[in-house]
Design a protein around this ligand. Sequence first.
Ligand code: SD4
Length: 326
Amino acid sequence: MKATRRGFLKFSFLSSVVGALTGVSKSVVAANKRNKPIVVSTWEHGLAANAAAWKILNNQGRALDAVEKGVRVPEADPDVRTVGLGGYPDSDGNVTLDACIMDENMNCGAVAFLQDIKHPISVARKVMEETPHVMLVGSGAKKFALEQGFTSENLLTEQSKKDWSEWKKLGQQKKQINIENHDTIGMLALDNAGNLSGACTTSGAAFKLPGRVGDSPIIGAGLYVDNEVGAATATGMGELMMKTVGCHLVVELMRQGASPQEACQKAVQRIATRLDNFAEFQVGFLALNKAGEYGAYCIQPGFNYAVRDTSGEHLFDGENLLGASK
Ligand code: SD4
């Protein structure tokens, strides 16, 4: 059930008519029309991640478990070069990871600048469930992970080391995140119980300045979930999402009545109207609402997203602001 403007209008009209006649709120009407369970993820590697999440969702499992299990797939895959093991290092050659997770009760956990731990998303979940805090960073995050039983391992694969050496040789010290250099996985799920959760995990921008943290572990920037309304996640140049608190914006737009597709588009338009250099970068938003409708929108062509629901597995190109889809 891909969200369309016509579908949204029809849905809103029916909801308000039924609501007015019966006194039932729109959200209760929506609850009866849900497309669930469903999981959506950024990029093509979202297909394999969604497959792992689907096993849980299709078995009456919880969205929170599904998103954690799902994003662990690219985290463990050395061929996914922007998440977990084998991720591109920073300019000093160190792999530093960022992740966050959020459940249906506004609980959230995050880690940033975490080194030597393959599954930052699971550490983020431990932060959420085992501490009174939302975010741990750097050596504190690693110490906590080790105390929680995670093992320390070298995440710099031979391939990533080689790429880093070549990058150094070329002297590309000022390389920024361009439209090719982003593949964070953000995942959103709606379970059979009608609850939403989300997860986002990344090695961040390739060859970034040491200590740089992007949007991906920042609740509201790279991920946001409000179980009354919907959820959103983002990929691309994190600084743009941080400046606009992009995912929170997407969820608030859905609260005001926008479909997931419209909300993502409006958030990209906000970036485009407020940030002068937006056209140099890629940003992609992906959103899912309580009814199981989804949508995505990005600045540049080239962003795609994976969907798994009862109709099967799908890969869609995100609509974009600056050009036609590939
Ligand atoms: C960041 N949003 O750190 C991330 C970049 C990305 O794969 O999408 N990386 O800014």
